[in-house]
Design a protein around this ligand. Sequence first.
Ligand SMILES: [Fe+2]
Length: 368
Amino acid sequence: MTTTKIPVLDLADLSSRDPMVRANAADAIRVGYGHFGLLYVKGHGIDPTALDAFYDSYLEFCAKPEADKRRLGRDDLWYQRGWTPPNTEQAVVAGGQPDFKECYFCAPEPCHRRDQTLYPQIYADNVWPEGLPAFRDGMMSIGHQLHVIGLQLLRGCAMALRLPEDSFAKLTDNGPHVTRSLRYLPLTKDQVGGDILWGEEHTDFNLLTLLPGGRFLDPSGKTCPKPDDKSGLFLRTRPTKDHPNGELVAGTAPPGCIVSQVGQQLEILTGGRLLATPHVITAPGVPGYSRLSMAHFVHVHTDTVLFPMEAFCDEATVRAYGPPVLSGTYAIKTLVDIALAPKGAIDKLGYRHYDRLADIRAREGATR
Ligand SMILES: [Fe+2]
């Protein structure tokens, strides 16, 4: 495939009565998610005024004294709720260099008690700053809307791959979905051109990611256009014969569109038919500019086994994506890999009662 144009999908086309319209929508999904790993979506219903108001409230949060924000920096929850300080998260390929951003995580959908017992961090209750209801309500409301859009797109994916409509959407019931707001921090003169990363190249580990569009701020804090061609979201397309490393394409959505991206879970389930997009957020080549952004991550439920579905299961996909892994344990491993969870979290997996036998043998030894 040599296309360099990311398709735009009108959400309404997925449920059109006209079979031709639905067929074109399925094509857009196959090209978008199959080649680019990314699709622009219009007709999504996200109100730009509400998004703007949310970003204003997020800026208000970011402007709070660091001591106040630190109280909401929950390393005990692996930063899955509340504030993530700058220089915390690291992409797997970043060689230890963290991302220069501060974030806030919440779950816009309810979490179930049983899941909270099994995965206390991944399904934690939300935490919120005091006195900022617009921030809490805006994030919850836009997060929920993005989630509903994600489910519609997942039904579209099933249609595009000729599977029963709910094949993907049903796996997300009560999943550990999270919404994240991000502020990529301004670089000083000395940092420009150095090794500071806004967001190193990575693939998302969830099922589908929704990005409603961000905002650049100039050094005075005013909203501004992209400061240069180099800054913002870039994605890497699927490698082809002509482009064995894929092509780096700007992921700037056309006006009125939001961006949706394939995550690792959807790639695994489809045996690579749909592709987790490697993407990078590059910092500007000029000092003083920052960027606000928001993302909603739709996940499969933690009980889901991550392995190619029957329709995509053959020797090649089994080799590429086996052995099967439980989504909950996959999440823990990934959060360790990206430095949000401590390395010791891995030790909690599997049998951990060997000390019982050790204690018995020690007591036996003592009475001998
Ligand atoms: Fe990402």
